[in-house]
Design a protein around this ligand. Structure first.
Ligand code: SF4
Length: 249
């Protein structure tokens, strides 16, 4: 499909999804044809989406980016979720050669030293594996919500991703944490125990801290950086990441 057609299709989907519930949005996404991929971080929002995919057997590939720096609790949750829903969550790892090159240039934990070094690490451990995970996909399902941060306040239900030439679907865009928590409690959805210890948003272990009462949900992610730069590159166009050079993608 051409770029213009995909863009028009995304606008149409965005309007249709406003009237649907979560199961309806996922069912519609699965029915669009081509490869449909859901990338889960195993965070509580993503567990809600995985629950609906698993319970309804939607034809959606569930994948995760196994960065090599995840919390042990997150790694365990991948296995527990596969067991609960009888599904495979396919792991995409960084390339060893990329990790070695990063460590040689910046040091293994060089991401604390500069925004450039941090984006380079996310580029190697997340953005490049994401490109492999989405290879051949026509639809990319995510757990983005408008309430997660200022960067995400305008998240639509469906949008055209020109960089990857696919349609990105955010079926939880209008959900709030109260609704998510109710669903998780009612359906006994398995979640990361770190959420109960002050981690509403969970990424790599060295780059995530617990938040204090009243702090924004993503305040614990890359907490040493300024707010406007705190994304990993998965949901931000390359041009909007000034320190993320194309060679790092
Ligand atoms: S979140 Fe931290 S450890 Fe994980 S890929 Fe990004 S910089 Fe590297």
């Amino acid at each position: 499909m051409t770029m213009i057609n995909l863009s028009t299709e995304a606008q149409s989907l965005n309007e249709r999804m406003q009237e649907l519930d979560l199961a309806g949005r996922l069912s519609l996404a699965a029915s669009l044809g081509g490869r449909v991929v859901f990338t889960t971080s195993l965070g509580i929002e993503d567990q809600v989406i995985t629950h609906f995919i698993g319970e309804n057997r939607f034809d959606i590939d569930v994948v995760t980016l196994e960065t090599g720096r995840l919390f042990p609790e997150t790694v365990q949750l991948i296995a527990d979720t596969e067991s609960r829903y009888g599904m495979e969550i396919r792991r995409f790892f960084p390339e060893k050669a990329d990790i070695d090159a990063y460590a040689a240039q910046y040091g293994l934990n060089g991401f604390y030293d500069s925004v450039e070094a941090r984006h380079a690490c996310c580029g190697v451990r997340k953005v490049k594996p994401l490109a492999r995970a989405l290879a051949g996909a026509s639809i990319w399902v995510t757990g983005l919500r408008r309430g997660q941060s200022g960067n995400r306040a305008d998240t639509p239900f469906a949008e055209y991703d020109g960089e990857r030439n696919l349609i990105k679907i955010n079926p939880l865009a209008d959900w709030d944490m109260e609704k998510i928590n109710c669903l998780v409690a009612d359906e006994a959805v398995p979640i990361n125990p770190l959420h109960a210890r002050g981690y509403p948003s969970i990424g790599c272990e060295p780059c995530t801290r617990a938040i204090k009462p009243g702090e924004p949900e993503r305040a614990g992610r890359w907490w040493w950086e300024n707010d406007e730069k705190r994304e990993c590159g998965l949901h931000v166009p390359e041009a909007a990441l000034p320190s993320l050079e194309s060679s790092e993608l």
